[in-house]
Design a protein around this ligand. Structure first.
Ligand SMILES: [Zn+2]
Length: 203
């Protein structure tokens, strides 16, 4: 049974917001030339409590996602392969949505930024092929461009149909419509405005 529409499947744990703070401190330390401190903060942000939250949402048979209909969901790899917005479209979405998930509010980081940081700190920012081998904070905070009406169900890449989200909120919904999983429309709330820049200042 679905009750009142909610803003997200499950609020991120405090540790996820703490991790964003730690990653911001890491970037500040890096920019100040203190790579040892940056390394330390990146490792400290890799908190298993964040992974538990992520897994509880995008894992199989999530207790937080009960759909009112049955739909055939494609494997994740196929869903990623569908047409995604181009760089200009993504830039426009970040201008509108900032660098926070439009559902749960979690700070997010673009994959390109993560890859740049991983090059400088490959031992601290682990990123393997399996979910469990990926840095828990960078994984959860991985910026997604989520189709409100899924591509597989006729949704297009217009700004009216897309929002910036975190990875759990995007992958957890699979190909369901918002109504089908009891989520409120994110446009009913203003985007979060904060000083969080998605670590875009990293050089
Ligand atoms: Zn989210």
């Amino acid at each position: 049974m679905i009750n009142m529409p909610r803003t997200c499947f499950l609020e991120p744990p405090r540790e996820a917001h703490d991790a964003a703070q730690l990653l911001s401190m890491a970037v500040d330390a890096h920019l100040a030339g203190d790579s040892a401190a940056a390394d330390h903060f990146i490792r400290k942000a890799d908190n298993p409590i964040i992974r538990e939250w992520t897994e509880s949402i995008w894992g199989r048979n999530s207790p937080h996602i009960q759909a009112t209909v049955q739909t055939i969901s494609q494997p994740v790899a196929e869903r990623i392969a569908i047409r995604m917005p181009n760089a200009a479209e993504k830039g426009a979405l970040h201008l509108r949505d900032g660098h926070h998930c439009r559902f749960c509010g979690l700070p997010v980081i673009r994959a390109e930024v993560r890859k740049t940081i991983a090059k400088a700190y490959p031992n601290a920012l682990t990123w393997g092929r399996t979910n469990l081998s990926q840095h828990a904070a960078f994984q959860a905070m991985w910026a997604q461009y989520d189709h409100l009406v899924p591509h597989s169900r006729g949704g297009d890449n217009s700004a009216d149909n897309m929002v910036v989200t975190c990875a759990p909120c995007n992958f957890g919904r699979m190909d369901y419509l918002l109504d089908e999983v009891g989520l409120a429309h994110p446009f009913a709330r203003e985007p979060i405005r904060s000083t969080w820049d998605g670590l875009e200042r990293f050089r």
